[in-house]
Ligand binder design. Structure first.
Ligand SMILES: CC1=C(CCC(=O)O)c2cc3nc(cc4[nH]c(cc5[nH]c(cc1n2)c(C)c5CCC(=O)O)c(CCC(=O)O)c4C)C(CCC(=O)O)=C3C
Ligand SMILES: [Fe+2]
Length: 302
């Protein structure tokens, strides 16, 4: 079905113990203009969870789910996994692929959208890792998949499920990671987020109002980022008489720290203070429809 001889799962990486937290944050923010206080604050989020981000476990589970999907559908390709910011580092994975005789791999990235942070930076990661490995395998990133049923359908079900536990008239609030307004290709990222949010809203709660908001901003306060921030938005909705919100994290593929802290702790606490009923929709995670996406995308490659 394809001329690729491996699939590479490419992700962000996260700490797996308290001693990893600072070195991980240093890796993420190297060469970037992130205030020291923001780093200390984010470090605390990780320490609340024992210094362990869920993201590496989620990647191991997704890798296993993709392998199961391949096996069940007669796709005989090995699956490798590498990260940008923590072990297993991508360059080490590429070195292993080379040692195993892999010549040409397709990369499935744990980010569904166009834009710099969500696409271009992963292309840079691949280029940099390949430069570190003599005679490295070719690696092509699979296409942006935010509009694919394997990504959208699990969110539709999750949005319905979140709404089902809330009183009538609950507002659907879609959320994604904020980025600086100056970030290259930001307009593509935003256009896709709006499109996915509209699709999910139309299917989960036809005709009901919905909003797209942002979370997890960092950077200096003087630098403009995508807004509104979810916590400010919850206050605004409350002021308008909304009494319940279903938050749907369409910007992410799994329940990593930006979801487990910034939504399940920070946004949920703000909602509780306001007296807003709050439900957070699940992310695709290891949904079999999501785990089948790499196979579907590979099926379209020459
Ligand atoms: C668009 C986007 C995604 C979604 C696409 C994708 O999934 O890739 C994403 C995902 C993630 N971001 C993550 C963690 C962090 N991101 C940071 C910083 C930043 N993120 C940015 C954007 C995004 N980030 C930006 C513009 C910055 C500023 C610095 C820079 O321009 O790079 C910082 C530094 C501290 C802070 O400022 O928060 C941390 C620790 C984790 C891991 C979570 C875990 O451990 O479970 C994940 C999945
Ligand atoms: Fe981030």
């Amino acid at each position: 079905m394809t001329s690729y001889d491996a699939l590479l799962l490419l992700s962000f990486g996260g700490p797996e113990g308290p001693e990893d937290v600072i070195p991980f944050l240093e890796n993420v923010t190297r060469g970037r203009n992130i205030p020291r206080e923001r780093l200390e604050e984010v470090g605390e989020h990780y320490h609340l969870f024992g210094g362990v981000s869920p993201i590496n476990r989620l990647c191991r589970e997704l890798k296993a789910a993709i392998e199961a999907d391949f096996a069940a559908n007669g796709v005989d390709l090995p699956v490798y996994w590498g990260n940008r910011n923590w072990t297993p580092y991508l360059a080490d994975t590429v070195r292993q692929m080379k040692a195993d005789g892999i010549r040409r791999a397709a990369a499935f990235v744990t980010s569904a959208y166009s834009g710099y942070s969500t696409n271009d930076q992963y292309l840079n990661d691949i280029a940099r890792a390949r430069e570190e490995v003599p005679d490295a395998p070719e690696i092509d990133k699979l296409p942006v998949y935010c509009d694919r049923p394997g990504f959208v359908d699990p969110f539709v079900d999750a949005a319905k499920e979140a709404l089902s536990g809330l009183p009538d008239g609950a507002r659907l609030v879609f959320t994604a990671h904020s980025v600086p307004l100056s970030q290259p290709n930001r307009e593509h990222y935003v256009a896709e987020l709006e499109r996915v949010s509209r699709t999910v809203a139309d299917r989960a709660a036809p005709g009901a109002p919905w909003d797209l908001v942002y979370q997890s901003r960092s950077g200096p306060p003087t630098q403009p980022w995508l807004e509104p921030q979810i916590t400010d938005h919850l206050e605004k909705l409350h002021g308008e008489g909304v009494r319940a919100v279903a938050v749907v994290p369409v910007g992410f593929v799994s329940d990593h720290m930006e979801v487990k802290y910034d939504l399940d702790v920070e946004a949920a606490d703000r909602a509780a203070e306001l007296g807003l009923a709050f439900a957070r929709a699940a992310t695709p995670g290891t949904d079999p429809r999501f785990a089948a996406l790499p196979r579907h995308l590979l099926g379209e490659t020459p």
